[in-house]
Design a protein around this ligand. Structure first.
Ligand SMILES: [Cu+2]
Length: 210
């Protein structure tokens, strides 16, 4: 039983995450490369080796394929060719995303000052239980004429949910909060399913394998 559990966790933690849209600079999970998602700012993938996507100025979306039980997700923007300063946050509210599989964010808050034809790089950052971060980048050109994929191709897998960290859980007026004696205090851990907690504990033990 124990062996089965450990194998299951190894499966979860061995693949970090993939960027599905816009197309990432290159597949940072590919074998036989020096790429590593541990490496800031773009997983060791040099600028110019890969794809550049025409990305909408309004209604922009991103899609990830998440492989960990949960992650804090940050999406940053750096302007220009070969940007190194990712100083524009497209996720001003910290997101805790639980579950594995497809995760989609739509209508990202692109600054009004961005003009048609502006080159930029989107930096994806996920933070996990260890405190370390995983990085990926996608190179783009903003286009007012571009459109994001339709809803069918940008959706959340079953069980994938995003919670804004630090935002109090909303309850309808008059309702009585359900006692949860063994749960963590208010905050991120309170929303993590028990299965994820188990996975996190085992992942901690196996931290070197992440
Ligand atoms: Cu991983």
């Amino acid at each position: 039983m124990r062996a089965v559990s450990l194998l299951a966790v190894v499966g979860l933690v061995s693949a970090h995450y993939a960027v599905e849209y816009p197309t990432w600079r290159a597949d940072s999970l590919a074998e036989n490369t020096t790429y590593s998602e541990w490496n800031y700012p773009c997983a060791g993938v040099p600028y110019g080796v890969g794809n550049k996507t025409e990305w909408p100025i309004k209604g922009a979306s991103v899609a990830l394929d998440l492989h960990h039980p949960w992650a804090y997700v940050y999406i940053n923007l750096g302007l220009g060719e070969n940007a190194t300063n990712f100083n524009i946050s497209l996720t001003p509210q910290l997101l805790n995303v639980t579950g594995t599989g497809n995760f989609c964010l739509t209508d990202l808050p692109v600054p009004d000052t961005i003009a048609d034809g502006q080159a930029a790089t989107i930096q994806f950052v996920t933070g996990g239980q260890s405190g370390s971060a995983l990085y990926n980048c996608a190179d783009i050109v903003f286009r007012s004429s571009a459109t994001s994929p339709s809803d069918g191709t940008c959706s959340n897998s079953t069980g994938v949910t995003a919670t804004i960290v630090g935002q109090a859980t909303t309850t309808s007026s008059g309702s009585t909060p359900t006692p949860t004696p063994n749960s963590a205090p208010a905050g991120a851990l309170g929303v993590v399913p028990q299965t994820a907690v188990l996975g996190m504990a085992l992942a901690f033990i196996l931290g070197v394998m992440m």
